[in-house]
Design a protein around this ligand. Structure first.
Ligand SMILES: Cc1ncc(COP(=O)(O)O)c(C=O)c1O
Length: 414
């Protein structure tokens, strides 16, 4: 625990909020209430200053120059890789590949793993809870290879049906790719069980941890997961950078995703010899400043502590669920027993978009729509939801403002 951000057993929210300058914003003359954290989180001064520091002290291309700045930038870049590896407890730094984000990480695996290991008649398993970025790349792969996509069903609470998953497993299944936490419903999936069932059948598992890594400690070795993907911008870091974790044994067997500079050892017009991990999967000049500043975001999270974050955000979730449930005509979508700090709901007979517009007038930022999970919305027979997603800088007072706003929307739109 860091004395600056925590008191006896609770987060020092005032101090934390002061670290995020954007939280001082006024919207329509009211204080901003930012509840769109699952889409993208806000950035603390530590990250903002790191960006300035990069451009004033380090800016240079990496891995190629013998000159001072290039070496300093390369050192900072590789230090960030080590920081990420430690954050998720990867066995080796070179199992951390920098990508543009979760979407690109999943595309990389679908493309590269798929090209090598998925053939006609094979099966890829995903779940009904997936974000489009963990559906479409696999659909594209299956279409290309003549393989079949199978989907783990859910119950009415938005929980995966593990028995149905067990029944899907056979030797035609080449990979399972599921999220740890659903971005639309907040369901925390039993990924340990999923991985151990898949492992029993010798099937590799990819986890989309885009909505987990900012809320709870992730230990890829303890999970024994084969691939994991996440985005910096959802964990208080810059946009445009993300991570693919992959077990060395798989990454070494997979062909490169893109060709170009960095990913080669030697090139002739006849033949190219590919570089070693991780560079084999990092073609071209990377998003250098974002990689370096992701490291500042991880430092910030570590200062507060993921266990403290998880505890406080759970309090917010419980409070919001209790308070919102008193509103007449509210229907929660996603009522899993194990949830991260996401509340998705609709008001009877009122379109989610209209609720979002009224909340915006009150300075409250929520997300409305299908949240890039159209097939999941189809299962619930709805076009979308209002989603409030909480971060550790949010407060119960802000939740009170949300509850008042939803009541007002309900009065105005009925
Ligand atoms: C569960 C999940 N997976 C994948 C993504 C895609 O992330 P990105 O757009 O950063 O690539 C998101 C974004 O909302 C998400 O919530």
């Amino acid at each position: 625990m860091n004395a600056l951000h925590t008191t006896a057993d609770i987060l020092d929210i005032e101090k934390i909020r002061a670290d995020f300058p954007i939280l001082q914003t006024k919207v329509n003359g009211r204080p901003l209430v930012y509840f769109d954290n699952a889409a993208s989180s806000q950035k603390p001064w530590k990250v903002i200053k790191a960006i300035e520091d990069y451009y004033t002290k380090l800016n240079s291309n990496v891995h190629r120059g013998v000159h001072h700045l290039s070496q300093k930038a390369t050192d900072a870049f590789e230090a960030s890789r080590r920081k990420v590896a430690a954050f998720i407890n990867a066995a080796h730094d070179y199992e951390v590949i920098f990508t543009r984000g979760t979407t690109e990480s999943i595309n990389l695996v679908a493309h590269s793993f798929g090209k090598r290991f998925v053939n006609e008649g094979d099966v890829v398993i995903i779940s009904a809870l997936e974000h489009h970025s963990n559906i479409v790349p696999w659909q594209m792969l299956c279409e290309d290879r003549g393989a079949k996509l199978k989907v783990i069903p859910i119950n009415e609470k938005g929980e995966l049906n593990i028995e149905a998953f067990r029944e899907l497993l056979d030797d035609t299944v080449k990979i399972v790719s599921v999220n740890y936490v659903s971005n639309s419903l907040g369901t925390i999936n039993p990924v340990k069980e999923i991985i151990s069932l898949a492992r029993y059948n010798d099937i590799p598992v990819m986890l989309d941890v885009a909505q987990a890594v900012q809320h709870m400690p992730i230990d890829v070795q303890e999970l024994d997961v084969d691939f994991a993907a996440f985005s910096s911008h959802k964990m208080y870091g810059p946009t445009g950078i993300g991570v693919l974790y992959g077990k060395e044994s798989w990454l070494n067997k997979m062909p490169p995703y893109q060709g170009g500079g960095e990913m080669i050892k030697t090139v002739t017009f006849d033949k190219t010899v590919y570089n070693e991990l991780p560079f084999k999967f990092e073609a071209g000049t990377p998003h250098i400043e974002a990689v370096i500043c992701l490291s500042a975001a991880i430092d910030y999270i570590n200062e507060i502590g993921l266990d403290n974050i998880a505890r406080y955000e759970h309090e917010l979730l419980v409070y919001a669920t209790e308070q919102l449930s008193m509103i007449e005509g509210i229907r929660f979508i996603g009522t899993a027993d194990n949830k991260a700090s996401v509340v998705s709901f609709n008001l009877d007979g009122i379109h989610a978009y209209d609720v979002g517009v009224i909340l915006d007038q009150l300075g409250i930022a929520v997300r409305t729509g299908h949240h890039c999970t159209q097939p999941l919305m189809d299962i619930f027979c709805i076009p979308g939801t209002v989603r409030a997603s909480f971060a550790f800088y949010n407060t119960k007072e802000e939740i009170d403002a949300l509850v008042e706003g939803v009541k007002r929307a309900s009065r105005m739109l009925r």
